[in-house]
Design a protein around this ligand. Sequence first.
Ligand code: ATR
Length: 279
Amino acid sequence: METVLGVIGSPISHSLSPIMHKAAYDELGLDYTYHAFHVESNELKAAIDGVKGLGLKGLNVTIPHKVSVIQYLDHIDPLAKEIGAVNTIVNDGGTLIGYNTDGEGYVKSLINRLGTSLTNRRVLIIGAGGASKAVALSLAKSGVETIGITNRTLSKAEGLSLICSPYTQSEAMTLGIAQARLTEFDIIINTTSIGMTPDIEKMPISLEKLSKGSFVSDLIYNPFQTRFLCEAEKKGANIMNGVDMFVYQGALAFEKWFDKEAPIKVMKDTVLKNLGGVK
Ligand code: ATR
């Protein structure tokens, strides 16, 4: 079973992780399989015990288990500990190690898309939940000049801003203030689920004041281009949907399991093809 990997979550049937990872194994001639395992919360401990019992090589972890899985692992990587969530488990000879590749995956996808480092960038993050925390902490550690965090519940934005403050200048603000101060930021990231199918008409904030040439990104990839990104593009912004982050978090997980560079292009092409052939 040491040739078996997979992802656990609920719901899980629509996960693109199995086809993405299988494409990577095929590309590199690796004789491994990757499965989607439907695991409910009351079965999580048994599922993780099964990783050791069956000798699985590793797992990805998705909603709703990223936080609760931590208690069943042997070691947690410091960044995952700080984020408070695990999305990747490595079975190292019976010792289960938890990592979080979501935030680093986002940062890598952003640097790759911008083609430059993040130094001097002023970033506005919309949302202060789990996804936001991974992205905000990783960005804070990657040299951005400042991070603004805005959220419907201001106290959560304040809490996250405090967590980022040892690493970069950070500030929490209401949604209204963020909208009014939009021109102060050159990268704007939606980490909330607002605009996701089926509520595709919704926007997390108004982009009325967006400056031309800004970079606007949405972690959502269903729909492929949210209304938020469509409006940003109309205003002359460069845009990035959630596919890149998804691919890079998977690539970083691959590298933890196999200790070799992931075939990112093949992985991304496979995901795009399965999202309907959009490039
Ligand atoms: P995830 O792990 O995907 O980040 P989460 O931890 O539940 O999910 O966080 C969801 C985020 O989306 C939060 O920032 C939430 O705002 P609140 O903290 O105020 O709840 C935001 N969010 C979700 N639905 C929203 C809505 N309809 N309007 C405004 N914000 C919303």
